[in-house]
Design a protein around this ligand. Structure first.
Ligand SMILES: [Zn+2]
Length: 76
């Protein structure tokens, strides 16, 4: 035929598939790593932005979820 058999084509296709899936796998791992890094960066920013001002005494405090001023004890 054209100098290559069905067997050679199958082997070639398998090699191409292996390279393709290998590349995709590495790419996905890299993307996940980047996303995790981005997420942890966002989390840090969130913590910084979570400063709340007490309406009664005006003290800025980190919002710990207690929804209560640490200085005067009034709710936010
Ligand atoms: Zn207060």
């Amino acid at each position: 035929m054209f100098g290559f058999s069905i067997g050679k084509i199958i082997v070639l296709a398998a090699i191409i598939a292996a390279v393709w899936y290998g590349y995709k796998f590495v790419y996905r791992l890299d993307q996940n790593r980047k996303r995790e890094a981005e997420k942890s960066k966002l989390k840090k920013t969130e913590t910084i932005n979570k400063m709340v001002k007490c309406p009664s005494c005006g003290t800025y405090a980190v919002d710990t979820g207690a929804a209560r001023c640490g200085v005067c004890g009034s709710p936010y």
